[in-house]
Structure formats: C-alpha cells, structure tokens
Design a protein. Structure first.
Length: 311
C-alpha cells in the first residue's frame, strides 16, 4: 500500500513550492537626477528584499520613451507599477490602459491622476513655504533675489507658486531676475548658462538666490564660489536634501545655506509597502484617504545639519 506515502509526498511538494514572485515594474523619469534615482533605487531594494522580481527602467527625461516604457510593462503583464517623478497628464492613455488591465499604479512625486491609486509625495506647499520664509527671514524681508525655477515637475512648480504668494505679501523683496530650466536632458548646462548670465547682469546687487531643487543650487553654488564669494554673501536656499546638500551646508567654503529635505528613500519604500498591501487585498482608501500619501519635510540649515552629515 504505497498510496498513503505517495499522497503525503505530493502534499509536501505542494507545500514546499513557493508562491509565485511578484513582478514589479519601476519607471524613473530621469535617473541622472539624484532624487529620481533615490526613489527608484530605494523602491527596487525594498521590493527585492520581499523577494519580488523587479524591472527598473529609466526614461532618461524623454516623454516618448516614458510612455513607451509604461506601455511595455503593461504588455509584459507585470503585477504592479511604481513611477518616480512621472508625467501622469502626458501618459494618461497608458495609465488608463494599466487601470483597465487591473494593474495597480502608484506614483511618487508625480501628481495625482484618476488612472492611478495615489501619489506618494511631500506636502510641497509646506516645502515651498519653508524655503521662502527661511530665505526672507535671513534677508530681513528686504533685498533683491534671483530665481531658478523648473515648471516641468509638479513639486518644483508648487514650490515656485508658494514663493510667488510669499513675495506678493512682502513687497520689499524684489525679484531681479528669473531663469526657468526648460531642458531636462541637458538641464545642468541649461541652469549654468542661465544663472551665469543673471548673476553677471546683477553683479554685486543680489542678496538671495532661490533654487527650486538642490541640483540647481549645487551649480549656482559653484558659480558663486568661482567668483570668490563666501557663505553668507548671498542667501542660497533650495530643497530636496541628501548627502551632497548636507555636506555643502556644513562646508564653510560653500554658499548653500539651507535645504528643505524630502525623504525620497522613504517615499520609495512607502510605494512598495503600499503595493504589497494592495496585492494582499487592501484598498487604496485603507492606505490613504485621498489621491496623495503625504510625508513631512524638514528644514536643514547650519543649526541642525550636524544631525544629517554622514560620519
């Protein structure tokens, strides 16, 4: 009577067979941008720690490629998609296709969409207020400033709009010049050329410079340092946070005075945890009540940067 042992062996084999791994697609719009890479890499690491199979794609700042990569993941029938700093308006058709296919999509710092579950982001209205009020406080609420903007991302766009609101109520602060970063693939060259021209045109007359994100501020910092300026000669403030920003704030030879740090790694991890909860049967409203999952930013300047600088 070998039937009982055979049945027992079959049952053991079924029990020992692991569940199918989750196939997760991650699309980062521009991996040459530190923040995009931080979100995408943190999400990838968190997913792989769960034993998931991960496809990480870099759109390299190109909209056609971005749309095509989302489409390719849908065709590959992945279990879920995470998009870092995506363009939900421009890719509405692809996101609608994912929704129709039953593929949950969670975005990070991309803005809300009816086609996605929700967007994990910092409260950018809070970020913008912290940036603007810090700068104006250091200026004594008067003086001339330059602006380096970027309208192509919802987070940096909101920061700029909050700056506008703050400046509208503080008319003793004058905007002497504004450069809007337009190109994404060669954004560093764009910022350098634009700000070098503005700084030259307003040489010796600028009290502060507002940059919509840290990568822009690093370029501006280098331009100012090359001109022999020292920390405190102008109030240079930006946002995003990260090791390079903290090192510059702590460095007496750098002119960067403050950043509003956004926890990008945590946001990538939250996106993965949320995908897991969705795949386990929870609804999006169990995770967050609206189209946004908000995390808290923190202002980092010389008063607290020692807590952030790596040993």
């Amino acid at each position: 009577m070998r039937l009982r042992p055979l049945l027992a062996a079959a049952a053991f084999a079924l029990a020992a067979t692991p569940a199918a791994a989750v196939d997760l697609g991650i699309v980062a719009f521009q991996m040459s941008s530190d923040t995009h890479a931080r979100v995408a890499n943190a999400a990838k690491a968190a997913a792989e720690e769960l034993g998931w199979d991960v496809t990480l794609l870099n759109s390299a700042g190109a909209m056609p490629e971005h749309a095509a990569q989302i489409e390719n993941l849908i065709q590959a029938d992945v279990d879920a998609i995470i998009i870092a700093m995506g363009k939900p308006v421009e890719t509405d058709a692809q996101l609608a296709e994912a929704k129709a296919a039953g593929i949950p999509v969670i975005t990070v710092a991309s803005g809300g969409s009816q086609q996605t579950l929700f967007d994990v982001q910092a409260n950018e209205y809070q970020v913008g207020a912290m940036m603007a009020l810090y700068m104006l406080g250091e200026l004594g609420y008067e003086g001339k400033i330059l602006e380096e903007r970027f309208e192509g991302n919802v987070a940096t766009r909101i920061r700029g709009r909050i700056l506008d609101a703050v400046l509208a109520e503080n008319t003793a602060v004058e905007v002497a010049g504004t450069h809007a970063m337009a190109r994404t693939k060669s954004w560093r060259d764009d910022v350098r050329a634009g700000m070098e021209a503005l700084i030259l045109q307003n040489q010796g007359e600028i009290d502060g410079i507002w940059a919509s994100f840290d990568g822009q501020a690093f370029i501006i910092d280098d331009i100012l340092a090359q001109q022999g300026m020292a920390k405190g000669d102008v109030v240079l403030v930006s946002a995003d946070g990260g090791p390079e920003a903290y090192d510059r704030i702590a460095d007496a030879s750098s002119l960067l005075m403050a950043t509003v740090t956004v926890p990008f790694e945590e946001m990538g991890e939250i996106a993965v945890d949320s995908v897991k909860r969705i795949l386990d049967g929870e609804s999006a409203t169990d995770i967050t009540p609206g189209p946004y999952y908000l995390v808290d930013p923190v202002l980092v300047d010389q008063s607290n940067v020692a807590e952030y600088v790596s040993e």
